[in-house]
Design a protein around this ligand. Structure first.
Ligand code: FMN
Length: 190
């Protein structure tokens, strides 16, 4: 089985962090997921989406629809189509975003806006029916994790995926939530 982790943070090093490995919370969650998935015999790939060139949806075309609605591809020539096509190869997707202003990060919103456009009405979608696990990484208060996870619920609805885990994460609950990730991934496998 193959899993794909898409992460949406730039913060590889966080000197203020008091979690043991001193890297950002999003990247810490990537590490945790990679390790657990490998233990469960998954092949794992991770794409740091902030390193990719993905522009905003331009809502091109008539009545707000471009060719994405019918052809399930975007007219823009950046990294989006490559990654969307590449998602064909996986059985499980893990989406990990920081929480900014009570929402998913800008890079996450930009990518998922375009994914919804191309995939929501795609009868031949290869994402449809597959498990997704969504992790919202917030600052200490955790404010905005629920709003972020609600946006993932909406994404799940339109992509017709299976929401296998919606996990709020902060620096303060990191250790406990690692166990929640572990339970969630184990249940998907069994
Ligand atoms: C622009 C910005 C907005 C933020 N908004 C929130 C917020 O609404 N709620 C919250 O709990 N933390 C917020 N934070 C804190 C981040 O969620 C927190 O630092 C998290 O660890 C970011 O993930 P990272 O460690 O991968 O960078 C914000 C941080 C930034 C930079």
């Amino acid at each position: 089985m193959k899993s794909l982790i898409l992460s949406f943070s730039n913060n590889l090093v966080n000197e203020d962090s008091f979690i043991p490995n001193k890297i950002g919370l999003t990247f810490s969650c990537v590490d945790v997921c990679e390790k657990l998935l490998k233990e469960l015999d998954y092949e794992v790939e991770h794409i740091c989406m902030n390193k990719k060139n993905i522009k905003k949806c331009n809502a091109c075309g008539k009545r707000g629809w471009g060719i994405c609605g019918d052809e399930h591809i975007c007219v823009q020539n950046d990294d989006f189509n490559v990654i969307y096509k590449y998602m064909d190869n996986f059985d499980l997707y893990i989406f990990i975003t920081p929480v900014y202003f009570h929402e998913m990060s800008e890079s996450a919103k930009t990518f998922f806006d375009r994914l919804k456009r191309c995939d929501a009405f795609n009868n031949n979608s290869y994402i449809k029916g597959k498990n997704i696990v969504c992790i919202a990484c917030a600052g200490g208060s955790g404010s905005g994790t629920e709003e972020t996870l609600k946006s993932f619920d909406t994404l799940n609805y339109f992509l017709k995926t299976k929401m296998a885990g919606r996990i709020p994460m902060t620096k303060f609950n990191f250790e406990e939530q690692k166990e929640v990730i572990k339970d969630c991934l184990s249940k998907i496998v069994n």
